[in-house]
Design a protein around this ligand. Sequence first.
Ligand code: BGC
Length: 728
Amino acid sequence: MLSRSILRQAAIAIVFLSAAASSQTAPDKTQMPWLDSTLPPDRRADLVLAQMTLDEKIQMVHGAGWGVLRPGDPIPPRSNFGAGFMTGIDRLGIPDINLADSAVGVRMSAYQGRYSTLLPSTLAAAASWDTDAALLYGKVIGRELRAQGYNMSIGGGVDLMRDPRNGRNFEYTGEDPVLAGTMTGAVEKGVASERIMNDIKHFAFNDQETGRTVVNVLLDRKAARESDLLAFEIAIGIANPSGVMCSYNLYQGDYACENDYLLNHLLKKNFHFKGWVLSDWGATHSTVKAALNGLDQEMPGDENYFNDPLKKAVQSGQVPTARLDDMVHRILRSMFASGVVDNPPIRSVVDPFQGRDDAQHIAEESIVLLQNRDRLLPLQPTASIALIGAHADVGVLSGGGSAQVDSPGGNAIDPQPGGSKWGVPIYFPSSPLKYIRQQAPSASVQYNDGKDTAAAASLARSSAIAIVFVTQPMREDQDAATLSLPDNQDVLVEAVAAANPNTIVVLETGGPVSMPWAGKVKGILEAWYPGIGGAQALANILFGAVNPSGKLPATFAKDDSQLPHPIVPGISSHDDNSKHPPFDLTYTEGAAVGYKWFESTHRQPLFPFGFGLSYTTYAYSGLAIDNATRTVRFTVRNTGQRKGTEIAQVYAALPATARESYKRLAAWQRVTLAPGESKEVTLPLNPLYLSVFDTGKDTWQLLPGDYKITAGASSTDPALTGILHLLP
Ligand code: BGC
């Protein structure tokens, strides 16, 4: 047997070898005081900058082309085959930046024979309302990027769910700025904890995919600060990101990537953002305007706005050298602050088992029980079960576009060599049939693919329980035209429900969908895109090994007519999204996004924001409000028979002077309770979440007056009410 020390030496030798094999020309570190990790990142950046030539600076402020993203384009020799690459400065010991899309797991691993964990969608993670789960989420991404040789993550989407049909909602974190900002911030903090440069995107108002490169979003600044921009403010405050990616669309007449208000005024001045602004891929539209208005790096860079044209603009004085230095400083200081210079990633093997366990844990906290008539769930393991539809025999659905993770073994429903194809829905090999059978070994569990409605109904009729799986594939660059499930799945559910009174529907959707059959089925579970541990998580919930605790991070409308824009703006006027004519989009709902819109217009949704059931029940009592410390206190008791976790929520309606006709989410806590157990919950209210934005003074203002406080199980459950008095 080899001794431990020999093994350790061998391991060290391998580490050195692999680091050398993948690294740039080794710099002479004795001449590089900026490599002293005890110095502050800004000082280190200044020391490097002082040594840099103009050409070297220009090299750092643009990417090195589309590479793998555009077939036939050159791939830079040291590219790690991710979505982006910036060439480092070898002579100064500044590493390349290898960026990988990694919203829900690391993208494009198949081409390199790598494995990446598919996490539940970030919208799912938001349904856990659990910042620890969000931190873990980011850690999984960070450690897998590191193992695959990347030093920067591109993810962290926190665009608000203004439209539930937005194709990218699954990569975002819902409709409420406080929940979304908190959860995305925690995810990106988790990425950074693995010493990987993190990112927040798409700044700002990339709230729909239809016409995303031409849509001009119109929304006054007050409403903007209190909605979409608040989500960014919170997420950026928590994650302290290396990068913020500006978006494709325009805001108030200017492209987001050359928008002085968004980039200079808000992000850099008001939010104190110290990292750099990188453009979305192809979202740079100018040299001088973009440089002066706050863009720091053009990605992927072959339009050359920040290549030779920027060099000339600096030489001619149109863009001051100080501004170019600021761009480079921001990149360098982020590299030092994040640890990627001092601790560059060293390639190793991703641990798929740990990844699966972590993904399953997050899924178990994310799945939302929306309906459970007659307490049909959890299921008895003895009943005969008809499992119908959505490829539930082989796998679970994932989200598409640049957030697509490659499935191990290829698409579970059509395994082909190579990576995922844009626009093709990808299923992962986490089989609901297999894990349901595992939980119910003595039951007869039969599968029908649901393609023939009559055959599916016939199987349902002859079984004690029918579980229908339905899916809604969603992806970047395309919105759903309606909230309806595609491919006649509503008809399938209706037919099964008519054949079997004990029907349960499991949804794998990008976001909210309509459910015209909701009154005819007993159980409804929203599983989102549940990730590589999704089937295990679902089986655990169906049979009660796990008590569901997730709550909706978005309102589920009854149908499209209830939405602020009953038709997705611009969707009917084109076929090819890339050729969409420019158009203005006024956010008529203002800051009243999601549940705030429903409340202020007195609409009753199908399922409200914050809603989710459990296999136990909870009671709320004893609300006490401390005006001086702005703290809310109350007791939650488990009144049922099972241990469970309740997500207790506090909402605040502002004083009349705010002229708001809705309440706001102000705080929440996950409370785990044994049967009969009570716990007192104490929640300080963050003044930012209660403030209005004063555009005249360009600052937040906490109004004096009476704040109506409700504490309860969802946005529409006024279990406890009270008043918070704030003095002037
Ligand atoms: C997406 C970004 C993504 C980039 C690189 C763009 O189309 O909007 O979110 O990071 O591509 O793949």
